[in-house]
Structures are given as C-alpha cells and as structure tokens.
Write a protein that binds this ligand. Structure first.
Ligand code: 5AD
Ligand code: SF4
Length: 425
C-alpha cells in the first residue's frame, strides 16, 4: 500500500481541496499521512500559495524538501502555474498540476504510477469537481461554493492565478453539505475567493444561505472570508437563526479612504463601519475578524493611524496583519513610493499588538454569557477545547461524559489568556 502525504499552504480553499483529495486517495486504498515533517511517504502533494513573497518562499521550501524526501512530488495550487512549471518541467519525479486540474490529482498520480506521461492539457478539469470529504484532519468541514475573483484589487495576484469568478451549482453545494452532515460533521464553513458574489442561475449568496439553513439536522454554518458588500437587511436578519454562526471574516484591508481607493476597494471606512453597526444592532457581540495590509505604496503614518482608529472602533476579534508584498503583474507593483521594509515591519508589529489587545477586549464581553461549544480536542492539561458559535476558543474541565465533536451549552466563567473557560449548563 502506497503512502501519500499532503502539505497545504495558504487559504481555506486550499484546505478544502486538500481534504477532498486526501479523502479520495484514502478511499482508493492509499495510506494518507497528515504530518509532512515526520512523513516518510513515497508521494507528496504540495498545495502551494502565492499571495505574498513569503508564501512563495515557503512553498518553494516545501517543494524542495519533498523532492529530497519522496519519489514522486505533485506541485499544485496558486504557485504551480507561474513558478513550478518553469523550474520543474525537466524533473520526471515532479508533476505540476494547475488549479483547474487539481481535482484530477488522483487520476494523474495513478496514471503516472502506471508509467503514463500525463499532459494536463489533454484533461478536462473542473474547479468544483471534488467529492465530499469523509474524513479530514479537522473538526469543521470546509465546503467550497465559489472560485475566482473579478475585483482586481491593485495589490492582489489571486484573479490571475485562480481566474474569473465562477459559482458552484446550488444542488452540488447542498448535496456536499448533506454528505458532510451524514459523515458526522457538525459545522460547515462556506468558502470561496469572493463568496458574496455567489450567483448560480439567479440564486445569489443570500438565497443560497437560506437554502442551506433549511437543511435538517443539528449543525451550524460559518461564513469564511467575505468582502464588504451591500448586505441587505434581510441578509443580516438571517443571523438570528442559531444555525448561522454570528461571525464573519470581513476584509477591511485599510481604514484610510485614500489607501482603499488606491487598493481599488469600492468602499470607504465609513461604509465598513456602517456594515458592522448594522450587524451589531441585531447581534451585539457579533464577531468580526479581518485582514489588513500594511505598507501599500504611498501609505503614510496618517493613513496607518486611520486604520488603527477603525480597528479600535470595531474591536475585531482577530486581525490578520499582512505586510504588503509586491506581486509582479499587479497595478500596485508599478506604483511609486514603495514603502521601506523597516516601516512595514514596525506597522505590522503595532497592528499585531493591537490585534492581541482587541481580541482580549472582545473575549472579555463573554464572561457570564452563554456559548455553544463544538468540542475538538481533549488535552493532557485536563481540559476539553473547542470553539463557540462566535468563533471564540473555549475550554472546559474534562470528565468522562464529554466527547469530541459534540455541542454543549456552556456559561463562560473566566478568560485565560486567549481562551475562555466555561462550565456546562
Ligand atoms: N501583499 C500582502 N497581502 C496581500 N493579500 C493579498 N495580496 C497581498 C499582497 N500583495 C492579503 C489580503 C487578503 C489576504 C488573503 O491576503 O489581506 O485578504
Ligand atoms: Fe484579491 Fe481583492 Fe479578489 Fe480578494 S477581492 S481575491 S483581495 S482581488
């Protein structure tokens, strides 16, 4: 029996695709190995990311390490097209599979092991052609609903590597979710590149969520990363349904209107604050987590100060701080006034410190309140860990009755570093 090991870099979409592939290889009789570091597998799949220079570098390192470790290496993901084809086309132990054909990696590996030389150009790929994952390495099940992006934010390489926006058929999504629930998953994370733009045959994002919420069963749905769009009142009202987790990862990118304009983001910081208010009017503790880029060309201290102000006002549950990274072919790469790395580092550190402070402030709101934890792991420190509906990490003292992957209503008694402690009600 052959062993295959996966290394996933980057976003949730990559995680979803790796989960689906792992599950397929397992079903077909392969041993799958989730730990790249200790793995002595014959075959490695490196699912790469190219969002920043740092992601490129990490992806390259993993590819090179996999080449030293295994007899066959499949390089896929957003860096595959641009980088890997160029550097590994002569290495017969490396197969490069672009995003469009990622769903065919099992067939490609089988053909290669059977001695065929596979040219993906002759294969019909499908960015939605993944089967529901039966077993994954995490508690929550990620479901892809959309791929690609038409926004072309000035700094971003994604539209060039994932292509234009496409939406997955509604029935496929509903069936995927039903399968995941039947496999025993209790939390579904909806993911894509630009999911608020979902539209399949006139069914938009809001309608899709309504259909998902109509599925029977005790489960909850979480919306992963989403762009700040015109969310209608009826969309916001959907969050009154306990099946829809009161948390969204809403990408701010900057709190300065002039930076937002140069980023080609089509909202102002005031619009963003308005969205947040709209949600918190209905659900006061609604969790907003976000991505912020520091050091876009021309970003001044004042611009950065405005970002900090907005972040403070919103009290984000978590901020993912990105240092602006030049991506060849994007508009921002050609802009004047590129920012010194030292300043980017300083701003990034300030933002990360603020994120820690705000995250603690946010967690403090929950002491004395209820959450419904979905348990994930039982640790040696005597606690069971999981996440509440607001995507706050919670632990509770373990006992013989508490199991993993179960919901429990808890009352939050205290906060311990970045974690809440609760007691079952
Ligand atoms: N440099 C730094 N961060 C970037 N992101 C996208 N492109 C770049 C870039 N060139 C960040 C954005 C996005 C997240 C996935 O990656 O914040 O939301
Ligand atoms: Fe990139 Fe902007 Fe599209 Fe997000 S919305 S993937 S940041 S181009």
């Amino acid at each position: 029996m052959k062993t295959i090991s996966f290394k996933t870099l980057g976003c949730r979409l990559n995680l979803y695709e790796t989960d689906a592939l792992t599950s397929k290889f397992r079903e077909k009789g392969f041993m799958t190995d989730g730990d790249f570091e200790t793995s002595d597998a014959e075959i490695f799949v490196i699912n790469t990311c190219t969002i920043t220079n740092q992601s490129d570098k990490k992806s390259r390192e993993y590819i090179n390490r996999a080449i030293r470790k295994g007899s066959l290496v499949v390089v896929t993901g957003c860096m595959a097209e641009q980088y890997a084809k160029k550097y590994f086309s002569n290495n017969t132990n490396v197969i490069v599979v672009d995003n469009k054909h990622k769903n065919m990696i099992y067939e490609i590996v089988e053909a290669h092991l059977g001695g065929e030389i596979v040219d993906t150009k002759n294969l019909e790929g499908d960015v939605f052609g993944f089967e529901a994952a039966k077993e994954t390495f995490h508690t929550r099940s990620i479901v892809k609903i959309q791929d690609g992006c038409n926004n072309f934010c000035s700094y971003c390489i994604v539209p060039y590597v994932r292509g234009r926006a496409v939406s997955r058929p509604v029935e496929d999504i509903l069936n995927n979710i039903k399968s995941e629930l039947a496999f025993g998953f209790k939390e579904i994370v909806l993911t894509g590149v630009n999911i608020s733009k979902y539209n399949y045959d006139g069914i938009g994002f809001e309608d899709l969520i309504k259909k998902i919420l109509e599925i029977d069963g005790d489960f909850r749905v979480r919306i992963a990363s989403i762009e700040p769009d015109d969310f209608s009142d009826s969309f916001v009202e959907l969050f009154k349904n306990p099946k829809l987790a009161p948390h969204i990862h809403l990408c701010l990118q900057s709190g300065s209107n002039s930076v937002l304009k140069r980023m080609h983001r089509h909202y102002t910081s005031e619009d963003f604050l308005e969205i947040v208010e709209k949600f918190r009017k209905i659900i006061p503790d609604f969790n907003f987590t976000t991505d912020i880029i520091v050091g876009l060309p021309g970003e001044t201290d004042e611009d950065f100060g405005q970002t900090l102000d907005v972040a403070n006002k919103i009290c984000f549950g978590h901020i993912h701080a990105f240092k602006y990274s030049r991506r060849s072919g994007t508009l921002a790469d050609k802009m004047d006034c590129q920012i010194d790395e030292k300043i980017k580092n300083q701003r990034s550190k300030i933002l990360r410190d603020l994120s820690e402070k705000l995250s603690t402030d946010y967690l403090n709101r929950f002491v004395g309140k209820r959450q419904r934890i979905l348990t994930e792991t039982i640790e040696d420190d005597g606690f069971v860990y999981g996440y509440g509906e607001n995507y706050v990490r919670i632990k509770m003292k373990k006992n013989n009755e508490i199991k993993t992957n179960e919901f429990y209503q808890v009352i939050i008694t205290k906060i311990d570093n970045d974690c809440l402690e609760g007691e079952i009600i």
